[in-house]
Design a protein. Structure first.
Length: 84
């Protein structure tokens, strides 16, 4: 667990509304950050999908995806075994 100390300068009205909503505490801020990270990951995924579509790259078959995932996992296991 990482401990961070943040100092924010927020407009008074926003501060009051956030306090009233119970959003200015550790748990609420953690949830807000987790949601923001998920949204950003989704945005990046959509951006990549748009670039693939624009590049006219054909979609992968499910079989090809499964094969790629298995290959990556096998490579990771081999690297991990080499470090042991």
């Amino acid at each position: 667990m990482t401990t961070l100390e943040l100092k924010l300068n927020l407009p008074d009205e926003l501060t009051q509304r956030a306090q009233s909503a119970g959003l200015l505490n550790e748990t609420a801020i953690q949830k807000l950050l987790e949601e923001a990270v998920r949204r950003e990951s989704g945005r990046r995924l959509l951006e990549i999908a748009e670039r693939l579509h624009a590049a006219n790259i054909p979609p992968m078959t499910e079989e090809k995806i499964v094969a790629e995932v298995k290959a990556v996992r096998a490579e990771r296991r081999a690297r991990a075994a080499g470090r042991s």
